[in-house]
Design a protein around this ligand. Structure first.
Ligand code: ATP
Length: 461
């Protein structure tokens, strides 16, 4: 039987949320394209995030830094030296996997570590061919994506595509402090692409080589770091649940010593129940206490003191950094999976059938309303088109006049459109339309002139 995840992936393709990159050439597991609905959904997630965490807070500002930064940035940050992962190859099918992911998967499934210590691979079965314990010794490989700038492909031209947006924020710390006259505690938020040479991309858009992040670096006095860390974990949790994620499908994972990134003193991952075949849960985002690691590293690397001088207390210090790091594309996947449902619904013949609904929060829904003339008869079309055009100035609006009205409702339910507006023959008499709400399927008669205001009340949150 198809899992929810399978259904979501097939819906995503069929309706134009996500396509495989380069599909006509055989496609790629490591990159995906966002179709007409996907780009809207992704943009709505970004807007919600930016409004909540950047515009909505007096202690936050935004930034948009480069993807390719001077190479010394990545030397100082530790990425060139330590952004490596242990790679093992199955000696039976010769597929490669990240050793830490295999061990993590085993632990999640069995509830215990594999025998033979933390690196014990004897019990671990190859996800591709099912052979057990047939692994080569681990080898480290770099997750950094390389490119060459300038005319010659040599060391001099070697540059890295950023594996996280964070470093662009750190190197601009003083610029932002001076230009916007900020003092800790304050944060800088950024949304943008990041690139990692993942050895096992897959699980749809969960792990890709090119992806988008939404990151916050929150600068605080070292003594207040712990408290801010806890507050941020809750703020992130709330952002997802407020936008409709079922809290039962989310959990916190306190990443233990030895498993955290080189810069982190404490990390809590928010995990989501994606429902993968091997392990059900996957990391959705992480909140880390990066201490003063990055600002110190860049002070050392650049010779510029990345510190803050507090004039009130006459104290000079290097702020600690709390980093909530969201995957935008991973969040989109969680929103899709969480919103997907199939349910019995009454049909036109007085019976019931199964309808598919994406119960997306209206703030995230890619299409806010669909205008549907009851029939293609000439007299209804101009009124319906005029209404659609009027609303288009404000929202992403669909217009659909093909097929039975019931089927058109179902098409909108399936992509999460919160409101369907039907123009019928009475509309010509009473200058009113029927608006149907997606979840309750309740209908309300609304005067044409009031449709915009009616929607505004329900969509502008
Ligand atoms: P993983 O253990 O899954 O590789 P990570 O712990 O290395 O992830 P971070 O470095 O903490 O991930 O990155 C922060 C966030 O960026 C992740 O929680 C995730 O949402 C997103 N992210 C990281 N790598 C990818 C990827 N390859 N594809 C899509 N999103 C990613």
């Amino acid at each position: 039987p198809k899992t929810t995840l399978d259904q979501v992936i097939s819906l995503a393709k069929r309706r134009g949320f996500v396509f495989q990159a380069g599909e006509i050439y055989g496609g790629s597991r490591s990159a995906w394209d966002y179709g007409p609905l996907g780009v809207e959904l992704k943009d709505n997630i970004k807007t919600q995030w930016w409004n909540t965490f950047v515009r909505g807070r007096e202690d936050m500002v935004g930034l948009d830094s480069s993807i390719i930064l001077p190479t010394p940035v990545w030397n100082a940050s530790g990425h060139v030296a330590t952004f490596t992962d242990p790679l093992v190859e199955c000696t039976s099918c010769h597929r490669r996997h990240r050793q830490d992911h295999l061990i993590e998967g085993f632990e999640k499934k069995k509830g215990r570590a594999p025998e033979g210590g933390p690196d014990g691979m004897d019990e671990i079965v190859c996800p591709d061919c099912g052979t057990r314990g047939a692994w080569t010794e681990p080898q480290n490989f770099s997750g950094l994506m390389k490119t060459f700038l300038g005319p010659v492909d040599n060391e001099e031209g070697l540059h890295y595509l950023r594996p996280e947006t964070a470093q662009g924020i750190f190197v601009n710390f003083l610029n932002v402090v001076n230009a916007s006259r900020r003092k800790p505690p304050f944060g800088i938020g950024q949304i943008g692409k990041a690139f990692r040479n993942e050895i096992t991309p897959g699980n749809f858009i969960f792990r890709t080589r090119e992806f988008e992040q939404m990151e916050i670096e929150y600068f605080t006095h070292p003594e207040a770091a712990k408290e801010h860390f806890e507050t941020w974990v809750e703020a992130c949790w709330e952002w997802f649940t407020d936008l409709g994620i079922n809290p039962e499908n989310m959990r916190r994972f306190d990443v233990p010593d030895g498993e955290r990134a080189h810069y982190s003193e404490a990390t809590i991952d928010l995990e989501y129940k994606f429902g993968f075949a091997g392990a059900e849960w996957g990391e959705l985002m992480g909140i880390a206490n990066r201490t003063d690691f990055d600002l110190n590293s860049h002070t050392e690397g650049s010779g510029t003191k990345m510190q803050y001088f507090d004039q009130n207390s006459a104290e000079r210090y290097t702020p600690y950094v709390i980093e909530p790091s969201f995957g935008l594309t991973r969040s989109m996947m969680a929103f899709l999976v969480d919103a997907y449902r199939e349910e019995e619904a009454p049909n036109a013949k007085g019976g019931t059938d199964v309808r598919t609904v994406l119960g997306l929060d209206p703030r995230l829904a890619p299409v806010k309303a669909a205008v549907l003339p009851l029939s293609r008869k000439e007299e209804l079309v101009p009124t319906a088109k005029r209404l659609a055009d009027e609303l288009r100035g404000v929202w992403n609006i669909d217009y659909d006049d093909a097929g039975a009205i019931g089927r058109r409702y179902r098409r909108q339910d399936e992509i999460g459109t919160p409101f369907c507006i039907t123009v019928d023959f009475d509309s010509l008499e009473d200058q009113a339309v029927t608006i149907r709400e997606r979840d309750s399927m309740s209908q309300e008669r609304v005067p044409l002139q009031k449709v915009r205001g009616w929607l505004f009340e329900r969509l502008a949150k």
